[in-house]
Design a binder for this molecule. Structure first.
Ligand code: ATP
Length: 248
């Protein structure tokens, strides 16, 4: 792959509460304009890796104690989440995190709060989000807390898009959703990637679906990368088949 790397994670170690060592030297290269999957079981360190990149570790008493992170060539280790948003990096947290008491549309608009390019541009992007997620258009006046799990996941991704990001860190988009809905959400991620050029780094336990939509994958186990490669190769790898795809 000759695509330029937009994000480079170099051998990071992460410790929570000064004592709990969770990442034991993780390195990743995320190509600009690609979909990269971060795979592995419960507790492998996927969420921690995303939070280290987006600057959200500090609020959890976590710390990058070794290694470095660069985004767009700039050192971003320990950078404030708000500054990373300005660089174009947003995280969609696991469990959706919509504002329950706001309507779907109000939620989407909160994603645009840092923008300075005016109401017309924001209205245009709202339209873009509704075109990707027709379901959100139908539900735009509904209080988010009363929408379904799938609609909340769509709302969370839509809100991230409203900040006009260059890169979206997407944590476990499949969580708690029926297979058909998971498929639908991944299809939308793929078309946003292709049409808007948004780079995705997504954490997933659902190896099967992630490797069908991603270009490249990394597999984490106990805070270490144990395997990586083009998604098509990982899908055919006998160990991946046995341990992650349940196809032995
Ligand atoms: P999951 O799918 O459950 O989110 P994951 O691969 O994303 O799994 P992490 O959430 O990164 O894994 O968790 C990795 C390890 O770090 C786990 O053992 C977890 O208990 C621990 N951990 C996560 N957050 C904290 C925290 N705030 N304080 C202490 N330990 C934490």
């Amino acid at each position: 792959d000759t695509k330029q790397a937009v994000l480079e994670v170099n051998n990071i170690e992460v410790i929570y509460n000064h004592v709990i060592l969770v990442l034991k030297g993780v390195s990743l290269t995320v190509p600009k304009g690609g979909i990269t999957a971060l795979l592995g079981g419960n507790g492998a360190g996927k969420t921690t890796t995303l939070k280290a990149i987006s600057g959200l570790l500090a609020s959890e008493r976590g710390e990058v104690t070794k290694g470095s992170i660069h985004y767009g060539g700039k050192p971003t280790t320990d950078m404030d989440p708000a500054d990373l948003v300005k660089l174009g990096v947003v995280q969609v947290m696991e469990g959706r995190h919509c504002f329950e008491h706001l309507t779907v549309e109000e939620n989407l608009l909160t994603g645009a709060y840092t923008r300075t390019d005016g109401a017309a541009a924001i209205a245009q992007d709202l339209e873009m989000v509704y075109n990707y997620f027709p379901r959100l258009r139908e539900r735009r006046k509904s209080q988010a807390g009363y929408t379904s799990g799938g609609e909340q996941q769509m709302c969370a991704i839509g809100r991230a898009l409203m900040s006009r990001p260059e890169t979206i860190l997407l944590d476990e988009p499949s969580m708690g959703l029926a297979p058909q809905l998971v498929e639908q959400i991944f299809e939308i991620v793929k078309s946003v990637n292709e049409n808007e050029g948004v780079t995705f780094l997504l954490a997933e336990q659902n190896t099967n679906v992630a490797l069908r939509f991603a270009h490249h994958g990394y597999i984490l186990e106990s805070g270490r990368v144990v395997m990586e490669g083009p998604a098509a190769e990982l899908r055919e790898n006998p160990d991946v088949k046995e341990f992650y795809l349940g196809m032995s």
